[in-house]
Write a protein that binds this ligand. Structure first.
Ligand SMILES: Nc1ncnc2c1ncn2[C@@H]1O[C@H](COP(=O)(O)OP(=O)(O)O)[C@@H](O)[C@H]1O
Ligand SMILES: C[C@@](O)(CCOP(=O)(O)O)CC(=O)O
Ligand SMILES: [Mg+2]
Length: 338
């Protein structure tokens, strides 16, 4: 049996624009998905997804044709439970040259689903890592990140950047621009996350931005302007003391850039009333800046605040179901049990 875990992430800035080749800076945070994998004697796959719905369920199958969930669940939920794991298993089989390997897979996660914190990437990264190790193969982190990207790309019908999977694999703050992915040094950024209890449909939201961008030149400019914000933010980060506490000036400037980024994302149609309300609650509580994170539509916002004020204010905000501090995770994927 092998257990691997991988972190979720928040975007300091750059989501959506990253899909069109602009740079983005996601940061891994200490919320993890753990995937337990046990090799089987046959070629079947059994998935236990306890966090996927309130009740959780188990599904066993040998091919896509004969899925048998243990409870009566809608097909969409079944696909959601198995889509990313199927893709991860395929990558692991390919990497280990074991096309008929079967597995019992259990997923436990404290990353809310479809909320912009990269739960899908964390599940795929931890899944490929655990399954390859179970087959006696240890992948380099760059190969793991690349395979995880290919898995997400396939499940999301080509609407995926390398940002989430690279960030979840490597940990820390990363910079993504097209195929160029690298870790960057940053101070300890004081992230606070607000979660509205909802979710957004990543594919649909990405498609919406794509359509706007094709329809209006100024929407294409908006996407480029997000890239400009990221470039400005990177310059600030590279001048700062890595691993240290950030200066007030740095937090002020990064916060302004986050606010600007949120405004542009809102213009591109990917915010929502609850996300906007949480963003404003954070700003009014004294956060240096606040923005939605990830695809949007519903889910999470991220704010920068080194005091307790934002977290407290979000807890008392009607639209906010849960608020928490999100420490930067510097480790990325890790083996929990071999
Ligand atoms: N704990 C989990 N168990 C099983 N599948 C999960 C789990 N967490 C995430 N997933 C998969 O990831 C999908 C959500 O990914 P996505 O829509 O990209 O949102 P995000 O990555 O922002 O959380 C879920 O529908 C499901 O397929
Ligand atoms: C909108 C996008 O830039 C980020 C989506 O992030 P998430 O899956 O909502 O965590 C899409 C992508 O980069 O693949
Ligand atoms: Mg995702």
């Amino acid at each position: 049996m092998t257990v691997s875990s991988a972190p979720g992430k928040v975007y300091l800035f750059g989501e959506h624009a990253v899909v069109y080749g602009e740079p983005a800076v996601p940061c891994a945070v200490e919320r993890r998905a753990a995937v337990t994998v046990e090799a089987r004697d046959d070629d079947r796959i059994r998935v236990e997804a306890s966090d996927l719905s309130l009740d959780g369920f188990t599904v066993e199958y040998g091919g896509t044709a004969d899925r048998r969930p243990d409870v009566d669940v809608p097909a969409s939920l079944l696909d959601a439970a198995t889509g990313y794991i199927d893709a991860a298993v395929e990558q692991a089989r390919d990497a280990a040259d074991a096309p008929d390997a079967g597995f019992d897979v259990t997923i436990e996660s404290d990353i809310p689903l479809g909320a912009g914190l990269g739960s899908s990437a964390a599940v795929v990264v931890a899944g490929i890592d655990a399954a390859t190790r179970e087959l006696g193969v240890e992948l380099e982190k760059t190969e793991l990140a690349d395979r995880a990207y290919r898995a997400e790309y396939e499940v999301q019908d080509g609407e995926a950047s390398r940002a989430d999977t690279f960030c979840s694999t490597m940990g820390g703050a990363v910079r993504i621009e097209g195929d160029d992915c690298r870790r960057i040094d940053t101070p300890n950024l004081p992230f606070v996350v607000g979660f509205d209890g909802g979710a957004g449909d990543t594919g649909e939201l990405v498609a919406g931005v794509r359509a706007l961008r094709e329809e209006y030149g100024f929407a294409a400019d908006t996407v480029e302007n997000i890239g400009d914000i990221v470039r400005r933010g990177e310059t600030l980060l590279s001048a700062a003391d890595p691993g240290a506490d950030p200066t007030e000036d740095l937090l002020t400037e990064l916060g302004r850039l986050m606010n600007f980024d949120h405004g542009l994302l809102e213009a591109l149609g990917v915010s929502s009333r609850t996300l906007d309300n949480m963003v404003w609650a954070a700003r009014e509580a004294g956060a240096h800046g606040a923005k939605l994170t990830g695809a949007g539509g519903g889910g999470c916002i991220v704010a920068l605040d080194d005091t307790r004020e934002t977290e407290t204010a979000l807890r008392y905000t009607a639209e906010c179901e849960n608020a928490f501090r999100a420490e930067l995770d510097r480790e990325g994927v890790r083996v929990e049990e071999a």
